[in-house]
Design a protein around this ligand. Structure first.
Ligand SMILES: [Fe+2]
Length: 313
């Protein structure tokens, strides 16, 4: 159609979208167009601001490569990843869930690791942590033979893929639940870490006066045919940034009870000094067992990058 005024632009685009054969595609893109056009009207977007927004989106792509995903970082920083997670888990947003966002650091093909073994694969500072985790269904039935990927940052704040100093796949492992639905492993207590702010997401966070820290956490991905793939993070209860997570990931159900032991019998003889334990139970739901697309596929080389920490103002 030949457009006569600003209202008609929306009409023209929505009308062309009716040609799309896939009904779900039509629904999603039509709603996106309606909201996008209404957004521009609501804020009376100027031409300068529009060009700035286009440059911002282009810079997200330019900043993304095989070891870093700026788009996923943006989705988290806007709370969008958590919203999509909570809409799709816990009986489609009706009940509490132990599901959480994937984040930008999951890699395929974590090393298969036996229950009870360590995921520390190169010298890594930090207090020892012993984890017992269980996988159950909503009725409390243990789920045996589920694959459980585990990954975390080092206590210095780097995932191994960001850090040429750590061994490949350090602090990552793939476990299988036993007949009680349990896995257990040794690691080091994770520390909170700053998300990278040398790209467009950093500019966005600075403009808001926010800090760029994530509270310490362990990541989990639980895969079992017949069940919806369960992606989770279990946050450390003594972290000072629990209620200001830059990625808005912390939910009440996922604050883990990491217990500090000053003495007692640690589960390994080489532990000296205080150590930590965590017991945690995940509740998974029937559904499609599909693995997500891995946000990154390789490990960084060269120098370790400097992580910048922003103050909350
Ligand atoms: Fe993380």
């Amino acid at each position: 159609m030949i457009i006569e005024n600003q209202e008609q632009v929306t009409e023209a685009v929505l009308s062309e979208l009716q040609r799309a054969k896939d009904p779900r595609f039509r629904e999603i893109v039509s709603a996106a167009v309606r909201h996008l056009h209404d957004f521009a009207r609501e804020v009376k977007l100027t031409e300068d601001e529009f060009r700035q927004a286009c440059a911002f989106i282009a810079s997200l792509g330019k900043k993304t490569n095989e070891t870093h995903n700026e788009v996923v970082l943006l989705a988290g920083s806007l709370g969008f990843s958590t919203l999509v997670c909570l809409l799709n888990n816990g009986n489609n947003g009706q009940t509490e869930t132990t599901a959480n966002l994937l984040g930008p650091f999951w890699r395929m093909d974590s090393p298969v690791t036996k229950n009870g073994d360590s995921i520390v694969r190169s010298s890594t500072p930090g207090p020892a942590l012993f984890v017992n985790a269980w996988v159950r269904d909503a009725g409390g039935k243990p789920i045996a033979d589920a694959e459980v990927d585990v990954w975390q940052s080092s206590p210095e704040g780097f995932y191994e893929n960001q850090d040429p100093i750590q061994a490949d796949m350090n602090l990552r492992g793939k476990f299988r639940t036993d007949e009680n639905g349990g896995i257990r492993f040794r690691s080091v207590k994770p520390a909170g870490y700053p998300i990278p702010v040398d790209g467009p997401v950093g500019d966005l966070i600075r403009l808001q006066g926010r800090h760029n820290m994530r509270p310490a956490h362990l990541h989990f991905l639980i895969y079992k045919p017949g069940y919806k793939t369960h992606i989770s993070q279990v946050y450390v209860n003594d972290d000072k940034n629990l209620d200001t997570d830059v990625q808005f990931g912390v939910t009440r159900a996922l604050v883990g009870n990491y217990i500090r032991h000053e003495s007692g019998n640690p589960p390994a003889t080489d532990v000296s000094g205080p150590w930590y334990s965590l017991d945690f139970t995940f509740t998974i739901e029937p559904g499609v067992s599909k693995l997500p697309r891995a946000p990154i596929t390789a490990k960084a080389e060269g120098e370790r990058v400097k992580l910048e920490i922003l103050e909350r103002r």
